[in-house]
Design a protein around this ligand. Structure first.
Ligand SMILES: Nc1ncnc2c1ncn2[C@@H]1O[C@H](COP(=O)(O)OP(=O)(O)O)[C@@H](O)[C@H]1O
Ligand SMILES: [Mg+2]
Length: 260
């Protein structure tokens, strides 16, 4: 793996207890389809890291391994200091309450109102939110953060694609997670709506000081939001650096991402 000099220096300054995500030597195959072939990455507290890769390169597989939705063939995955593979279901659920996840697409439940969609992550953590009346202030706050306080009682079918994505974002942040995982947050949106989503991601990160791992193939999204980028090519972390560093690279595999 190639690391641009500036990023290497920045990383050296960070201490171990600031590590939010640590993926080491991650392997995952489906039959002959070797998707991840020793992928590594570290995410530090307060950082926005973008992992960019072509369609089908294993970005979603990587993020699923990260939250324990998929078991890797081998490798070590640590989130907020915990080894994911060593956790039982209760511990995994507990850890997930500290991790917000914006799934690819918006993945709202069509049969539930906006409020019910937002309450859904809390139902899974009943111990914390035994009485659903307690959730109302949190639902309101999350909706205000995405500028959609008036939609609480609407059904997803009544919302535009951009609004759905903002609701999904509100749902991802409702438990004030320490880490947010975004899987293609701008995909399928027109450029203006995509820009609005990116701005919201930035304002949320600023307000709550959350760390974020953003999976995207949207170069504009990466430019605006990332402090550091990792390119996933051939199942490995092929190169790592800031947007400014990577766009200057003469490596054809890196160039391919930035061609308009
Ligand atoms: N559950 C699965 N079973 C079999 N193959 C899978 C599964 N999930 C993903 N794959 C394959 O893994 C590769 C990477 O998929 P994915 O991580 O979704 O790509 P992307 O980078 O576009 O998110 C693809 O070839 C996909 O077909
Ligand atoms: Mg994907």
């Amino acid at each position: 793996m190639v690391t641009a000099p500036k990023s290497r220096e920045a990383m050296k300054e960070r201490s171990q207890d600031e590590v939010v995500v640590n993926i080491q030597n991650l392997y995952k195959s489906f039959g002959d389809n070797h998707v991840l072939n020793g992928f590594n990455m570290v995410l530090y507290k307060g950082e926005n890291v973008v992992v960019m890769g072509k369609s089908g390169s294993g970005k979603s597989v990587m993020i699923k391994c990260l939250v324990g939705l998929m078991a890797p063939d081998s490798g070590r995955v640590e989130v907020l200091g915990k080894d994911i593979n060593g956790l039982d279901q209760i511990a995994l659920d507990q850890l997930r309450s500290d991790v917000g996840f914006l799934f690819q697409g918006s993945a709202l439940y069509d049969s539930m109102t906006v409020r019910e969609n937002l309450e859904f992550p809390m139902r899974r953590h009943r111990k914390k939110f035994a009485n659903l009346d307690d959730t109302l202030p949190l639902v309101k706050e999350a909706l205000e953060n995405v500028g959609l306080a008036h939609t609480m009682d609407l059904m997803p079918v009544e919302l535009s694609g951009g609004m759905k994505r903002r609701i999904a974002l509100a749902r991802a942040i409702i438990l004030k997670p320490k880490l947010i995982l975004y899987d293609e947050p701008t995909s399928g949106l027109d450029p203006i709506t995509a820009k609005e989503i990116i701005e919201l991601m930035r304002s949320i990160q600023k307000k709550y000081g959350t760390s974020a791992l953003i999976i995207t193939h949207d170069v504009d999204c990466a430019r605006v939001i990332s402090e550091r980028m990792i390119l996933l090519v051939d199942g490995i972390n092929y190169i790592e650096g800031t947007y400014a560093e990577l766009i200057k690279s003469e490596d054809p595999k890196v160039n391919a991402f930035f061609k308009k």
